[in-house]
Design a protein around this ligand. Structure first.
Ligand code: NAD
Length: 261
């Protein structure tokens, strides 16, 4: 177990990729703060199961990251709970799909707040503790949409491009403090975020989810398969390892060849 004694905060970890990252970090011995929305009882049950399986401490905080105070408070409570915060994973994210001229302004604000500004606020709050400890890992879950665009995703694409920019700046500033800052850029991963898009497409096109899944993959990825949340968890663990000590400021694709084209 390479992360025994380390403490991690994974935002948006009640579901999908974030939950898989939290499990993977716990599997390496890290204590983990889970965050996000959903059924509180179920989340508390999941936290307990992870804690027991890996003999680590796991806690849950339902801070709302759409506001700065939510992000800052979450970091402070995690530091208090575990005495330190060594690994920050900014993963919480939402999607909204519409052409630019029809994109509701409040959806733009929400996507930018959760997918981009929250990561700024948590990094800003977490960095002083990491500097003092002279060790840290910051992992920002961006997207293939942080590197290339698609129609109808103006806020998401802008936020993810911005997140990669912020990742690079923080990486440069922290380069000699033993703190690395990287962005993971997944292609399609079958999670509730994508399942909702598939259901919408099936309804609008009069098709079904299975057919839309195939079309979605074929449209964007040379490799016609979803990346699993567990693979992204494994990538996060690698970025926390000693072998990854000099990987910093990098947008790292795990996307079935999406951005190779
Ligand atoms: P998901 O919908 O399964 O999970 C999103 C998580 O964010 C949930 O835990 C949710 O409760 C939380 N969240 C949403 N709004 C929040 C708020 N205001 N405050 C706190 N938590 C909030 O989605 P996912 O697919 O697992 O996405 C995780 C990340 O991965 C996102 O940043 C997403 O953009 C990115 N991503 C996903 C894919 C994909 O294909 N699924 C591809 C590339 C990038």
């Amino acid at each position: 177990m390479t992360l025994r004694g380390r403490s991690a905060l994974v935002t948006g970890s009640t579901s999908g990729i974030g939950l898989a990252i939290a499990r993977s970090l716990a599997g390496e011995g890290a204590n983990v703060m889970i965050n996000g929305f959903g059924d509180r009882e179920e989340t508390v049950r999941v936290c307990r199961a992870i804690a027991e399986k890996y003999s680590v401490e796991v806690d849950y905080d339902d801070a709302d990251l759409s506001v700065a105070d939510g992000a800052v408070g979450l970091v402070a409570r995690t530091q208090e709970r575990f005495a330190q915060l060594d690994i920050l994973v900014n993963n919480a994210g939402i999607q909204y799909v519409a052409p630019v001229e029809e994109f509701p302004a409040d959806r733009w604000d929400a996507v930018i707040a959760i997918n981009l500004s929250a990561a700024f606020h948590t990094m800003r709050a977490a960095i002083p503790g990491m500097r003092a400890a002279r060790w840290g890992r910051i992992i920002n879950v961006a997207s293939a949409h942080g590197l290339v665009a698609s129609a109808h995703k103006v806020a998401y694409v802008a936020a993810k491009h911005g997140l990669i920019g912020a990742t690079k700046v923080a990486a440069i500033e922290l380069a000699n403090d033993a703190i690395t800052v990287n962005a993971i850029c997944p292609g399609w991963v079958l999670t509730p975020l994508v399942e909702r898009q598939l259901a919408d497409r099936a309804r609008e096109g009069g098709t079904d989810v299975a057919r839309e899944s195939t079309k979605l993959l074929e449209e964007k990825q040379p490799m016609h398969q979803f990346t699993t949340p567990e693979s992204i968890g494994a990538m996060a663990v690698f970025l926390c390892s000693d072998a990854a000590a000099t990987i910093t400021g990098a947008p790292l694709s795990i996307d079935g060849g999406w951005v190779a084209q």
